[in-house]
Design a protein around this ligand. Structure first.
Ligand code: 13P
Ligand code: SF4
Length: 343
């Protein structure tokens, strides 16, 4: 039996190798050159989420969280949007740009939150209470957005829930953990859909306690999709973009990051001189040998540089949505952007 007080996360498992960009003359450098040429040819913009692999982040025009990506998609003058993220994110770009070609390198890049909330099930729940005001986390399908009153991201959920009508019963879908956090922060009661992000619920309280003991000087920065028992151990709870701004401005020199490990790439680039440790997801107590790894979203990691090049070359896979869904889903998306822009 290992003594909990003595068990410490092994730093070798907590850190990720630094990505140094493609080696001149390498296959990666050739791929990047092809992608940049295709971008000019198509008059395309490449948008990438903070969880994408480093090579994709480095070739993108903009890397950010769901809110930043939606804002970029809403404001772009490019003819083609190449979305390096997951399916619901590319759908969101299409909702905001119904006339544009929106490409996604891998159409199978889904999301456990989106899967947890099929539109017919949501419609059935909504039918039980005509006073529901439906607030949908952006991690849902276009059909669910079309049934919703307003969309939120983890970056603006508090602001948007605070602005929700006081005389309505709030229904929050599909992330139960984000919804709980929003209720705690705003004091607004909400009915919560029982979905979760499979990658964030892997983080365990015990591992965070051990990280705290091993690195007492480090700040623990947690994404609100994590379990309450993990959020309770955090110094800061926020969206991926706010994690980056926080780490830049904090006087701390070391951070334990409790979210998908792709974000560490930007943190290391943008915060030189600071150390970022990726929170482990396996229980090092129960599997003491080869047991500990960083959290990766299997959907976010489906995109590769090759697939990015191929989708631009072939102008597919691209997003197609029925016109009525596009029109209905645009209303709560625009409401979100409008409330978000308020001072
Ligand atoms: P944000 O980048 O908006 O914080 O979202 C995290 C996430 O899980 C996206 O799928
Ligand atoms: Fe969905 Fe979680 Fe992956 Fe984000 S990290 S795309 S919420 S499964």
């Amino acid at each position: 039996m290992i003594d909990l007080a003595e068990a410490q996360p092994r730093s070798a498992n907590l850190t990720l190798p630094q990505f140094r960009g493609p080696r001149p003359g390498s296959e990666t450098a050739a791929l990047v050159a092809e992608i940049l040429a295709l971008k000019r040819q198509l008059n395309a913009v490449i948008l990438a989420h903070n969880y994408q692999v480093p090579e994709i982040q480095d070739v993108a025009d903009f890397v950010g969280d769901s809110l930043g990506l939606a804002q970029q998609a809403a404001g772009t003058s490019a003819d083609v949007i190449v979305f390096c993220g997951v399916h619901f994110m590319a759908e969101t770009a299409k909702i905001l740009n119904p006339g544009k070609l929106v490409l996604l390198p891998d159409l199978n890049a889904g999301c456990s939150l989106e899967e947890s909330c099929p539109a017919p099930k949501l419609a059935a729940l909504q039918a039980t209470n005509p006073n529901f005001y439906t607030i949908a986390y952006i991690n849902c399908s276009a059909a669910v957005k079309a049934l919703s009153d307003v969309i939120v991201t983890s970056g603006n959920a508090l602001k948007i829930v605070n602005a929700a009508p006081k005389d309505r019963d709030l229904l929050f879908v599909p992330d139960e953990n984000l919804g709980q956090w929003v209720m705690e922060q705003t004091g607004r009661p909400m009915t919560l859909w029982r979905g979760n992000c499979y990658a964030h619920v892997e983080f365990q309280r015990d591992n965070i306690i051990r990280a705290r003991a091993a690195y007492p000087d480090a700040e623990i920065v947690v994404h609100p999709e994590s379990l309450r028992e993990v959020r309770e151990l955090a110094d800061v709870v926020c969206s991926t973009e706010k994690m980056i701004t926080h780490c830049k401005s904090s006087p701390a020199k070391r951070f334990v990051i409790v979210t998908e490990s792709g974000i560490i790439h930007r943190m290391r680039k943008e915060c030189p001189g600071k150390e970022f440790l990726c929170a482990p997801v396996y229980d090092v107590m129960r599997m003491p040998t080869d047991n500990c790894r960083c959290s990766e979203c299997r959907y976010m990691k489906m995109n590769t540089l090759e697939k990015l090049r191929d989708c631009m070359q072939e102008r597919t896979p691209h997003l197609e949505l029925p016109a009525d869904i596009l029109a209905q889903a645009r209303v709560p998306m625009e409401r979100m952007l409008e409330i978000s822009a308020r001072s």
